[in-house]
Write a protein that binds this ligand. Sequence first.
Ligand SMILES: Nc1ncnc2c1ncn2[C@@H]1O[C@H](COP(=O)(O)OP(=O)(O)OP(=O)(O)O)[C@@H](O)[C@H]1O
Length: 465
Amino acid sequence: MQSENKPIIEVKNVSKFFDDKTALDNVNLSIRKGEFVTILGPSGCGKTTLLRLIAGFQTASEGTILINGKEITQTPPHKRPVNTVFQKYALFPHLNVYDNIAFGLKLKKMPKAEMTRKVMAALKMVGMTDYEYRDVNSLSGGQQQRVAIARAIVNEPEVLLLDEPLAALDLKMRKDMQMELKEMHKTLGITFVYVTHDQEEALTLSDTIVVMSEGKIQQTGTPTDIYNEPVNSFVADFIGESNILNGIMKKDRLVSFCGKDFECVDEGFGENVPVDVVIRPEDLYIFPASDKTKAQLRGVVQSCIFKGVHYEMVVLCDGYEFTVQDYHAFEAGKEVGLIVKPFDIHIMKKERICNAFEGRMKDETHVEFLGCEFECMHADMSDRSKDWEHVTVNVDFDKIELLDNAEDGILTGEVKFILYKGNHYHLTVLSDWDENVFVDTNDVWDDGDRVGISIRPEDIRVTFK
Ligand SMILES: Nc1ncnc2c1ncn2[C@@H]1O[C@H](COP(=O)(O)OP(=O)(O)OP(=O)(O)O)[C@@H](O)[C@H]1O
C-alpha cells in the first residue's frame, strides 16, 4: 500500500499527566493517510495512553491532536473517524457474531439490506464467512479477535486503532493473524495505528515504527532505518538483539573498543570521545581460529544454541562477550576469530557519561539531591558569591551501589531497564523520587527488582552553576 503524503493524524506537543506521573512527555507525531504505523515500546512507556488520546477515550493534559487537519483534542470518541480494536476481544457475549458486528450500524438505524451487505463484507474481510449465526462464546480466541476487527471495520473508519490486538493469542495464531492484518490493511487502504511491545511484530507489519520509552518518542522511521540506524542504545537494544559496547571514537572513521582499534565509517564525533558501539549479531563474521583469515578479535565460544534457522553463539574475547549469529555451529570451547566490516559498526553518541543531579548544600558535609540528604566531602562554604542552593551533583555510573535489601539504601528505587555491555550491565533505576539513576555493575539484577541505592561521600562530586 503506497501511503499518500497528506497527514491524517497530527499529534502536536502532547503531554499527559496522571497526578504527578508523566505518561506522555511532549510527543510530536505525524501519521500519513494509508500508513501502517506501529507504536512500539516496553510496558509502561505510554503507548496505550497515546492511542487512547487519538481515540478520544482520554484527553491530553497539554498539546493538540488533529485528524484531517481539524483539531479534535476535545471531540468525543464516537465523533472521530476512528475505531479501536482492543487486546481483550470486548465482544457482547449475549449477541451472536452477526449482531456483534451489526451493533454500531443498528444504532445508526441503517436499512436492513445495506446492513447485511456490510456485515457480510466485513466477515469476508476477516475470513469468517458463514460464521454469522455462531455464538461468540463458541469461538476460539483468534476467531473472536477477527470478529472484533470486523466490528471495527464495518463502520468504515478512516483510521483503525489496534491496541495489542494479538497479545492474547498463541504464537502460531499470532503469526497467521499478522499476515492477515497486513493483507487487510492493503485491501482496506485505511490508516492503521498499531500498538505493541513485540519488536518482531512491529518489524513485520509496519510502514513506520515509532519507538517510545518513558513517555517520549525515541525514534520514528521505517523498520529498516530503525533496525540499521538506531539513534541510541535503547532503540538498538529494544529492536532486536545487539552487541552494545562502550567505545572511544579516536578520530573520524576510527573507533576503539575491546582494547583494539577498528575502522568504521562514522565521522564528526570529535577526537577521543566516549561513544556506544552497536554491532548486530549477524554482522559478526565467525570462523575457526585455525583459518588463515586475519581475525580482528579472537575468542572462545561460551555457548551455542540452535534458533530455528541460524545458530546463536556467545564468544568471549578479552573479557568481552559478543553474541554472534551464523548458519554454521561453532561448539562451546572452540577457538574462533571474528571480523566486522567498517559499515556494520554503528557509532552512537552517548546520552550521558555520568549521573548529573540537581542538588543543594545543606551544610559543609551534606548535600541534598534525589530527595535525600547525602554525606559528601568537606566543602568550604565561606565563599558567599557561590549559589549553594543550586549545585550540580555528579556521580559516576560505577560508583552507585545497589543493595538487595531496599531499606539498607539511603533511598530506594526500581530497576527499569537493563543493557548488557559485553562485560558489565548498564542499569536504569527509577528512584522513588521519580528520577533516573544510571548504574554500571557486574551484579545480575532483573527488571522490576526493588533496590536500595547508596553512594559513598568520596564518590559525590559537587559543582556550582
Ligand atoms: N488512568 C491512569 N492513572 C494513573 N496512571 C496511569 C493511568 N493510565 C496509565 N498510567 C500510567 O502511565 C504510564 C503509561 O501507561 P500506558 O498504559 O500508556 O503504557 P503502555 O506503554 O501502554 O504499557 P503496557 O504495554 O503495559 O500497557 C504508566 O506508568 C501507567 O502506570
